[in-house]
Design a binder for this molecule. Structure first.
Ligand code: SAM
Length: 213
């Protein structure tokens, strides 16, 4: 994602009631933070938040946490969030590498990764959000039957992700190289900003759903 620095974004996020700035303090207590016993679903690398906001509207019985590391992107989600009354959606401005410091083992039920940065150079492979290093981090926070759902337009990243899940011993529950051609899967599909753009260009959308070992 090309980043334009947005003046004042960092400060505005610092004051927002919708961004938890000290997530480590809630490790093991996220349900208390939301004030209910509902499960926690994360979107990692949520960008401007279109996807997670729609999920939060559709599933009020789930607590949603959107993770984004750049203030200049997160501020757009915060601005949208300010215009809508919702009890079940918070944001974190963190690098996803720190997820195990922010969530206790078993605290998360589901993780969504949408159109993650491909990091095409081999030496950057471990930065990809579906790398074995990241899968290990997700294992540390997911509940026993926890799932990761991943969508992308990038074939190389998709093939890499399938290989990484196999190497890490995750079970493949669903895989398609043309999500938008799968009528049944599309019934529940929520489009992200990137997905709208790429599918409008006629690009196929890849999706896998995996379960931790
Ligand atoms: N998910 C959105 C969508 O589908 O429209 C945005 C996709 S954008 C290509 C990827 C986003 O992931 C960027 O906003 C980037 O800042 C964020 N991101 C990448 N690596 C991250 C990390 N390690 N931790 C948190 N956010 C990350």
């Amino acid at each position: 994602m090309r980043l334009r620095n947005i003046k004042g974004a960092r400060e505005a996020i610092g004051k927002s009631p919708f961004v938890e700035l000290a997530p480590e303090e809630y490790r093991g207590r996220w349900r208390d933070r939301f004030g209910n016993g509902h499960p926690v679903w994360l979107e990692v690398g949520m960008g401007k938040g279109q996807f997670i906001m729609e999920l939060a509207r559709r599933y009020p019985e789930v607590n949603f946490i959107g993770v984004e590391m750049y203030s200049s992107v997160l501020i757009r989600a915060v601005q949208k969030r300010e215009r809508e009354e919702m009890e079940n959606l918070l944001f974190l401005r963190i690098d996803a590498r720190t997820l195990p410091e922010c969530f206790a083992p078993g605290e998360v039920e589901r993780i969504f990764l949408n159109f993650s940065d491909p990091w095409p150079k081999d030496r950057h492979a471990k930065r990809r959000l579906t790398s074995r290093q990241f899968l290990e981090r997700y294992t540390k926070i997911l509940e026993r039957d926890g799932l990761v759902e991943f969508k992308t337009d990038n074939r190389d990243l998709y093939m890499f992700s399938l290989e990484e899940r196999e190497a890490a011993g995750w079970r493949l529950l669903y895989s398609t190289e043309d999500l938008h051609g799968d009528g049944e899967a599309m019934r529940d599909n929520v489009m992200t900003e990137y997905e709208e753009r790429f599918s409008a260009e006629g690009k196929p959308i890849y999706k896998m759903v995996i379960r931790q070992p």
